[in-house]
Design a protein around this ligand. Structure first.
Ligand code: GAR
Length: 215
């Protein structure tokens, strides 16, 4: 069983999707600890309900980013975490932290990266007028929402979408994609070479998703 820790700041619906996936008897990973920088994060309650240990590391109580990140690493290593999943963790991590966890640190972002990094990705997609949007799971590198992409999933943007409607459509995909990626990593099928990811024994979809779908 791959030992997975989750870092979050808020609602924790992606944590919930991972918890639910780990509940399946054949799932090759387990969530062993959850860290939040926000003491009021709903995600902490989700972890506690599932019997998962939690730590609150309030970034306001640390003098520097380095001091905060060092403490996060200490907690992760105490818990023997092998993989760290950012799931709505809204803090920029230092280069030192990111390189310590190279290829063991994942992020999920609600856009088809490298488009629309940072905050309000769904509104950025609407403002740009794209016809397909989606989510990405990637290995983390220094730089916000940067790093080798492991998997992406796409949805159409509809004419009457607002950020809320588009976010909900993307979020439903996030909840499916993140557990799938954790499974692939736990199965040892994900490799990074020259900052590009390959997945052994995987199948690309045969059909294309286009929007509009017909003229
Ligand atoms: C998710 O949509 C996730 O992709 C996004 O925050 C949300 C967290 O929701 N992450 C980012 O924007 C990272 N740049 P959740 O707390 O319900 O999982």
């Amino acid at each position: 069983m791959l030992r997975v820790a989750v870092l979050l700041s808020g609602r924790g619906s992606n944590l919930q999707a991972l918890i639910d996936a780990c509940g399946a008897p054949d799932f090759p990973a387990e969530i062993i600890h959850v860290i939040s920088n926000n003491p009021d994060a709903v995600g902490l309650l989700r972890a506690q309900d599932a019997g998962i240990g939690t730590s609150v590391l309030n970034h306001r109580e640390y003098e520097t980013r380095e001091a905060f990140d060092t403490e996060v690493t200490r907690v992760l290593e105490d818990a023997n975490a092998e993989l760290v999943c950012l799931a709505g963790f809204m803090r920029i991590l230092t280069e030192g932290f990111v390189s310590h966890w190279t290829d063991r640190l994942l992020n999920i972002h609600p856009s088809l990266l490298p488009s629309f990094k940072g905050l309000d990705a769904q509104q950025q997609a609407l403002d740009a007028g794209v016809k397909l949007a989606g989510c990405s799971v990637h290995f983390v590198r220094p730089g916000v929402d940067e790093g080798p992409i492991i998997a992406q999933a796409a949805v159409p943007v509809l004419d009457d979408d607002d950020a809320k409607a588009l976010s909900a459509r993307i979020l439903a995909l996030e909840h499916r994609l993140y557990p799938r990626v954790v499974r692939l990593i736990a199965e040892g099928r994900v490799t990074v070479v020259d900052e590009r990811v390959t997945i052994s024994d995987s199948q690309a979809p045969t059909g294309a998703l286009s929007n509009p779908s017909r003229d």
